[in-house]
Design a protein around this ligand. Structure first.
Ligand code: HEM
Length: 396
């Protein structure tokens, strides 16, 4: 007889921590499919095991719903603008955009960005260190470093960050908490379309200008270029900020880990992969929508139902990662799934890896004796899904 999956509250990281939520272990062991209560008008499932997450994330029968339409799009008319990023694009429009961007995000091209990344990191750390024995590693480094890189690459004015950052964060959070992001749909789209118009008038050496040309020569639709701009604002830097901040906090908080990496730089490639596996940023949830009935463990996800697949839980699955809750900077076999898989896998994964590597190397070089400050713990916004410190006070 089939058992009915239990209904659970959305698992959250313990307050004041990056997580993972305590429930992951129990769900992984005993409950591969649970139902989560997120909206009375929608049915949503929660899937944690590595093999299931790995297969569902690349399953073409599942699409990424826009936060404008799911779990409840009844307040929007057909003509109202949607917050459509690359993730929600499907079919030829998505393929054409991915193809247009292949070279810009390839390993080879990202290698060419390395000197610029190193220069950015060194400059920020010099400013942070100037005149003070301590400072905030988030405001001084983890936040501006990937943001500056993304702005340079894409052609988004860094000087306007105070305008676009709060909207971009609301949209990123909405992928998980739903709600807030809808409020910013119109102004975020307006910000991107204004930028696109500006690139047409004043072309520059950046990705938006290049995509505008592809659009004007008929290769891409205007909507695809807008989606790219929205994707960069929402996915193009904040995840890296969170990873850099949480990685440094983890290395400093776990005895001996910072010194181990400082003194054994040959560990850097495996350390970066292990931090990607270990850090459960935003619970690592991807929301999918079934376009037809799908069976898993004797349970049927019906067409129109949502499935939350939890990358961060999959990355702690003991059947794949021995001793999964231990941070092992030298872990050799590490098929983590933090960048997803399939048609929508993270297009920025090579850039993110380069940013994380350069960030760690630059901090280890500049501050060999970096430490957390007694009596000044990191601060967190426990209402936010970000699960990354707002401030990270350190001394050097
Ligand atoms: C540590 C940092 C990062 C993590 C953990 C991460 C993770 C992910 C994941 C899991 C997906 C797949 C989502 C899905 O299947 O629906 C994704 C997609 C995406 N990421 Fe990243 N990402 C990171 C950094 C970046 C950066 C630096 C960029 C660009 C500058 C970027 C741009 C994108 C885009 C555009 C997509 C959508 C791709 C598509 O739908 O075709 N990401 N990311």
């Amino acid at each position: 007889m089939k058992s009915t999956p239990p209904i659970i509250d959305f698992p959250l990281a313990p307050p004041g921590t990056m997580g993972p939520p305590a429930e992951y272990g129990r769900l992984l062991a005993h409950c591969p499919v649970a139902r989560i209560d997120i909206d009375p008008k929608a049915t949503a499932w929660y899937v944690t095991r590595y093999a299931d997450v790995r297969s569902l994330i690349a399953d073409p029968r599942l699409v990424r719903p826009s936060i404008s339409d799911w779990p409840d799009g009844s307040d929007l008319g057909d003509q109202d603008p949607r917050l459509t990023t690359m993730m929600e694009l499907e079919g030829p429009e998505h393929t054409a955009l991915r193809r247009a961007l292949t070279d810009a995000f390839s390993v080879r091209t990202v290698r060419r960005y390395l000197p610029h990344l190193r220069q950015l990191a060194a400059g920020l750390l010099d400013s942070l260190a100037a005149g003070a024995p301590r400072g905030d590693l988030v405001a001084g480094f983890a936040e501006p470093f990937p943001l500056l890189m993304m702005c340079d690459l894409v052609g988004i004015p860094y000087a306007e960050r105070e305008y676009f950052l709060p909207m971009a964060d609301a949209a990123l959070g909405a992928m998980q908490t739903l709600g807030e992001g809808r409020r910013v749909t119109k102004p975020l789209r307006a910000f991107v379309t204004t930028l696109i118009d500006q690139k047409r008038r004043e072309p520059a050496d950046d990705l938006l200008t290049y995509l505008v040309r592809e659009c004007d020569s008929g290769v891409l639709a205007e909507e695809a270029v807008i989606s790219f701009g929205l994707s960069m604002l929402i996915a193009g830097y904040r995840t890296t900020t969170m990873f850099v901040a949480n990685s440094l906090l983890t290395l400093l908080a776990e005895p001996g880990q910072y010194a181990r990496l400082r003194d054994h730089r040959e560990l850097m490639p495996t350390a970066v992969e292990e931090l990607l596996r270990y850090i459960p940023v935003m619970n690592g949830v991807v929301v999918l929508l079934a376009t037809e009935d799908i069976e898993l463990h004797g349970h049927t996800f019906h067409k129109g139902e949502g499935i939350h697949i939890v990358l961060a839980a999959a990355n702690r699955d003991g059947s794949v990662f021995p001793d999964p809750d231990r941070l092992d900077l030298g872990r050799m076999v590490n098929p983590h799934i933090m960048f997803g898989r399939g048609a929508h896998n993270c297009i920025g994964s090579h850039l993110a890896r380069a940013e994380l590597t350069v960030a760690l190397e630059a901090v280890l070089d500049r501050f060999p004796a970096l430490h957390l400050v007694d009596g000044q713990p990191p601060t967190w916004d426990d209402e936010s899904p970000a699960k990354s410190p707002l401030t990270l006070p350190v001394g050097w």
